[in-house]
Design a protein around this ligand. Structure first.
Ligand code: NAD
Length: 421
């Protein structure tokens, strides 16, 4: 808590440099541990996050004790922001190094001490955070890296010594964590699931639109909280776009995630594989029209491979339209009007992200403003800059990561007011 911002910043820059120096080894480890294609590993985003919060740690110090303008002449009030205390960070397996950085960097920048609970599925690359803490001379206890399963996460969330729990994971577990933390009124932030839409209008460039649809649905084998797994496409472009997307999905090379030209790796775990296969069964039972995939990928003796899968004309009450699958599964509906598109997009219990694709900038802006989502991209792939926020409306979470909001999540606000005379 009393470590100056400049020292915290130096440590954070040390994390950035240490990760960058180990990039190749960490990428290989992450690929082996979670099956993420080597071209999709998330080390650079983590480096950028530590570098960004180093700057915010310095700025925080410089801003302490700032005078607040009052309407009462006889008093002076100043603003202080203090670390919330011990932060318990609980993370999932899909982008483990980056999602940990999104919590760890602001927590350390704020002056918190940390217990980081890794996902039991992908702990290997993330152990580097403990190694770096030792190397950078963090005093023992400032950063504790805790591998373990759900019971370790539950123990951390319920521990009376933990002042703030920051959780990323499924909505069901997040709700349990919130209940646990509510017992003692500790602070909590939740980054949860999604079922995000991508809206493609008639005046979109079909080639570009197909690329964005493909990336939004199949990057990291669809194991993304921000997967845009609901495609809403306007009638005039629907046939051409769907044909392109089906063709591009068929051309994705499934295989060894260590190889550069692998377009789709295996799912991260047997549990996730079984969950996705269950959804294929549900789709069959619901009678959905399958344009591609819908089955385990044949020809693999090892690895949890499923085919990139596309369903068309999916009814809005289908479980595949409403529930987060966390696999390479895209559901499509055709719309006619802008109003209909917005209504269909917002008809979800989630609200994490959305993508709008089309040539009319004014309409794209109007639609983006009407969407219930924490981040909307217009004609761009999913980019998460450290300076912009990450987090969801509705059941997709509570609070925001990244940007100054990510730092605020680990700070208490305090005013000291005194009489002038
Ligand atoms: P999960 O909820 O199963 O597990 C997340 C973490 O919580 C793991 O570390 C796990 O060990 C721990 N945990 C499990 N039970 C717990 C309990 N009772 N108390 C405390 N901790 C517990 O999620 P997952 O399968 O690892 O990850 C996939 C989910 O994460 C998806 O729903 C996805 O949308 C979500 N996610 C969200 C974001 C986001 O930023 N919004 C980012 C990535 C993933």
């Amino acid at each position: 808590k009393r470590t100056p911002g400049a020292r915290r910043a130096a440590v954070l820059r040390g994390f950035a440099a240490g990760l960058a120096a180990r990039r190749a080894a960490l990428a290989a480890l992450q690929t082996r541990n979670g099956g993420k294609p080597i071209a999709e590993v998330d080390i650079d985003e983590a480096v950028a996050t530590f570098a960004y919060y180093a700057g915010l740690a310095e700025a925080l110090d410089a801003d302490q004790g700032r005078a607040v303008e009052l309407a009462a002449a006889g008093y002076e009030s100043r603003l202080w922001r203090e670390p919330v205390g011990v932060a318990g960070l609980i993370v999932p397996w899909n982008f483990p190094v980056t999602l940990s950085a999104w919590k760890l960097a602001p927590a350390l920048a704020a002056g918190c001490t940390v217990v980081l609970k890794l996902s039991e599925v992908t702990p290997l690359a993330e152990l580097v955070y403990g190694e770096l803490a030792t190397e950078l001379g963090l005093p023992p206890g400032v950063l504790n890296v805790l591998p373990g399963g759900g019971e370790a996460g539950a123990a951390l969330a319920s521990h009376p010594g933990v002042d703030k729990v920051s959780f990323t994971g499924s909505s069901a577990t997040g709700a349990r964590v919130m209940q646990t933390v509510a017992e003692r009124c500790a602070r909590v932030s939740l980054e949860l699931g999604g079922k995000s839409p991508i809206l493609v209008f008639d005046d979109a460039d079909p080639e570009r639109a197909a690329e964005l649809v493909l990336g939004g649905a199949f990057y990291n084998a669809g194991q993304m909280c921000s997967a845009t797994s609901r495609l809403l496409v306007q009638r005039g472009i629907a046939e051409a776009l769907i044909a392109r997307v089906v063709e591009a999905a068929a051309a994705l090379r499934l295989g060894d995630p260590a190889e550069r030209d692998t377009g789709l790796g295996p799912l991260a775990s047997g549990a996730q594989y079984r969950k996705v296969l269950d959804y294929f069964e549900i789709a069959r039972a619901e009678g959905l029209r399958c344009l591609a995939g819908g089955r385990a990928a044949p020809g693999f003796a090892r690895g949890w491979f499923v085919e990139p899968t596309i369903y068309a004309e999916v009814p809005t009450d289908s479980r595949l339209w409403r529930e987060e699958i966390f696999g390479p599964v895209l559901c499509i509906r055709v719309f006619d009007t802008e109003d209909e598109a917005v209504r269909l997009a917002n008809d979800s219990e989630f609200g994490l992200v959305a993508t709008v694709v089309g040539g009319d900038a004014a309409r794209a802006q109007r639609v983006a403003e009407a969407l219930e989502a924490g981040h909307v991209w217009i004609n761009t792939p999913q980019l998460a800059f450290p300076q912009t926020s990450w987090g969801g409306f509705k059941r997709s979470g509570i609070g925001r990561e990244l940007g100054p909001w990510g730092l605020d999540a680990f700070l208490e606000v305090k005013h000291i007011t005194r009489a002038r005379h």
